[in-house]
Write a protein that binds this ligand. Structure first.
Ligand code: NAP
Length: 305
């Protein structure tokens, strides 16, 4: 069922905080100076700057690129992002599912089924010899990595700073990116979209992966140069990809990604914030803020995540 975004949040807000005045921009009338807190995901550029008394902005999603790509975002106002076990779990399910679909050749068997063909084959390589590389070993990347590690894959993560996670090899910084890519049979992108990571999934990156590698992008469409991916798959260097996010969303009907036989497309649904959990989180954080307590998960404006 298509989603009505404003309705998703107004129902839990009305139930959980019936006395709170929470106008919906574009639907309700409000005075900009009356707004203390803003809840959003991709606000229209300039909107937050127009609210002179804003104390905190809450991102209803884990990624905050929808705020920081607005050059007028008021950088003195703390931006807090949604970090939630349920959201990380949904994202992990998406990543594990596509890693296994590739590893177990499920698309090949789906196709054989359409032809009523009994085509038995072994997986391309044993699980213990299959190396998964996760770009971004943060909240979501660490959880996804732990599940894949527990399935006996060889898991490594790449992050800005060195990590110490049991059974997951840590690569850090641009100096170690190439070595990380060279050992990744399945590459998973779970990075935030920042000026440093935009277009990171490009021709050079794909060329550094082993032949036959598979790419999963569940982070942001801005990470991927889509034409470079198609070229790397069509040349036979990459085996395929699973994409949940795109340079332009909704993905235009004319995009060649829709019909590519080696690419799985989903409409940005890998991890959707649960409106009830997010509303509880916002109300709790507002109460903490009103008591003068420090908020968790404040975005570092210099890093952009
Ligand atoms: P997070 O906790 O902030 O983790 C980000 C990770 O990326 C950290 O490990 C960080 O390294 C690393 N990183 C950032 N910039 C880097 C750089 N320049 N070089 C190397 N590593 C870098 O984020 P998260 O909560 O896991 O979420 C990740 C992303 O998933 C979000 O930003 C969002 O875009 C995406 N997402 C998508 C969906 C969906 O439905 N498709 C849903 C939820 C989230 P350090 O740890 O060293 O700082």
């Amino acid at each position: 069922m298509p989603l009505n975004y404003a309705g998703l949040w107004t129902v839990p807000l009305a139930k959980l905080a019936p006395d709170l005045k929470a106008p919906v921009h574009g639907r309700d009338k409000y005075a900009p100076e009356d707004i203390d807190y803003a809840l959003s995901f991709r606000p229209e550029p300039g909107l937050l700057k127009s609210l002179p008394n804003l104390k905190v902005v809450f991102s209803l999603g884990a990624g905050v690129d929808g705020f920081l790509t607005d050059p007028t975002y008021p950088r003195n106002v703390p931006l807090v992002r949604f970090v939630d076990h349920g959201l990380s779990r949904e994202m992990t399910q998406y990543v594990v599912m596509h890693a296994l679909m590739f590893h177990r050749q499920q698309r090949y068997f789906d196709h054989a089924q359409t032809e009523r063909k009994w085509r038995q084959t072994f997986p391309p390589r044993p699980t213990e010899d299959t190396r998964i590389g996760i770009l971004g070993l943060g909240e979501i990347g660490t959880m996804a990595g732990a599940y894949l590690r527990d399935l006996d894959f060889q898991v490594a993560g790449w992050s800005r700073t060195r990590k110490n996670v049991a059974g997951i090899e840590s690569f850090a910084g641009t100096g170690e990116l190439h070595a990380f890519l060279a050992r990744s049979d399945i590459l998973v992108c779970l990075l935030p979209l920042t000026p440093d990571t935009r277009n990171i999934l490009n021709r050079e990156t794909f060329a550094a992966l082993p032949k036959g590698a598979f790419v999963i992008n569940a982070a942001r469409g801005g990470h991927l140069v889509e034409d470079d991916l198609i070229a790397a798959i069509d040349s036979g260097h990459l085996a395929g990809a699973a994409l949940d996010v795109f340079q332009t969303e909704p993905l235009p009907e004319s995009s060649p990604l829709w019909a590519h036989p080696k690419i799985a497309v989903t409409p940005h649904v890998a991890g959707m914030s649960d409106p009830w959990a997010a509303t509880r989180w916002v109300l709790d954080a507002m109460a903490r803020h009103a008591r003068g307590e420090k908020l968790a998960n404040i975005v570092d404006m210099a890093l952009g995540y």
